[in-house]
Design a protein around this ligand. Sequence first.
Ligand code: UT7
Length: 342
Amino acid sequence: MRQAHIVGTGSYLPPRVVTNDDLTRVYGIASDDRWIRTRTGVEQRRFADEGVGTAELGAHAARAALDDAGLDARQIDQIVFCTLSPDKAFPGSGVYLQAMLGIPDDEATFTPCLDVRAQCSGFLYGLHHATAVVRAGMAERVLVVGAEVHSAALDLTTRGRTVASLFGDGAGAVVVGATDDDRGVRDIVLGADGRHADDLSQGVWDMRRRPFVPLDAEGNGRIPPEQLWATMHGQLVFKHAVQRMVDVVNDLCRRNRCAPLDIDLFLFHQANLRIVHAVQNLLELPDDRVLNNIQRYGNTTAATIPLLLDEAVRTGRLTRGMRVATVVFGSGFTWGGALLDW
Ligand code: UT7
C-alpha cells in the first residue's frame, strides 16, 4: 500500500543569538536569566535581522530539506507553508518562498502554495494534508515548511516580558514523498477548541473594526499596545497544553495498539520546558526518549517540530527503523500528534 514518508529534512536558524541577559542588557527588560531559565527552560533564542522575513528563513530550511532529499525545487508538486508570523497579512508566505526557491519559470512550473494557519500546531496540520494527498496519489512530493519570525512582533519592554522571554525565530522543513515500503507516517490526530481562540492571540489585524486599524484625527493608523502585541493567558495555556499533549499520546497509542514506551523518541512542542517535563512525568517517559531544544531556540511555534526533527536526524538520535511521535499544542487552541515509523 502506498505510504507517505519524510524523504528529507532541513532547518535554519538566523545567526543572531539573544541570551536572557541580552533581553535585560540590550532591550532594558526588567527580568533575569534565572527567572527565565527556571520558569521556561529558555537560555537563548535567535532573532532575525531587520529586513529578513519568515519566507526567507523558510527558504533556507527548504533548500536544506530538498538537498537532503536529493531533489530540485521544481520536482515538488505542492508547497505547504505553516506559520503564525507570515511576512504579510496577504498573500501567504508560501508564494514568497516559491519565488525565492526559483521555481516559477517559463516552462509552466507553477507549483501551488498553501498557507496553513494553525499556529504552534501548524506543522502537524500541514503534515496531515501532505500525508493525505501523497497517500491518495494526488501528489508525489510535498514540501512542508514551518517558519516564524517572532522578534518583529514581540513587546521587547518590561510590559511584554512574559511573552517576549519565550519566543524566538527559526525554520524547519520536510519533504513528504511516496513509498511502497512499510514505513512512514502511520497516524495523525488533530484537534481544536475555538472557545479559547482569544486566550493566545494577536489583535492587530481585526476586520471587525471599521477601518481595521483605528485612525487618529490626522488619518494615521493608531494601534494601542494591547492590540499590537500578542496576549496570552499563560497559566491557562500551560494547563491545557499539558492535558492535551498527554491525551494526544494516549490517543495515538490506543489507535495504534501500542504503549508510550513502544515509541522510541518523542518530539514535543517546545513551548516551555516545564510543560514538556510535566507531560513526560505523567506519561512516565525516561529522559532519553525525549528531545528538547527550547534551551537554545526558545519557542519557535510552527517551526519547533521540523527543527527538532532535523536535529534528531543530524545528531543520529533518529535512525531508520525507529518509531517517533511528535506532539503539539498552541493558539486556537489547536493540538495534534503524529506517529511515524522512520
Ligand atoms: O506555544 C504556545 C503556547 N504557549 C505556552 O504554552 C505558554 C504557556 N505558559 C507559560 O509557559 C507560562 O505561563 C509563562 C512562562 C508564560 C509564565 O510563567 P508563570 O509561571 O505562569 O508566570 P506568571 O505569568 O504567573 O507570572 C509570575 C510573575 C509575575 O509577577 P507578579 O505579578 O507575580 O509580580 C510576572 O510579571 O512573574 C513575572 N514575570 C517575569 N519576571 C521576570 C513574567 N515574565 C517575567 C520575566 N522575568 N521574563
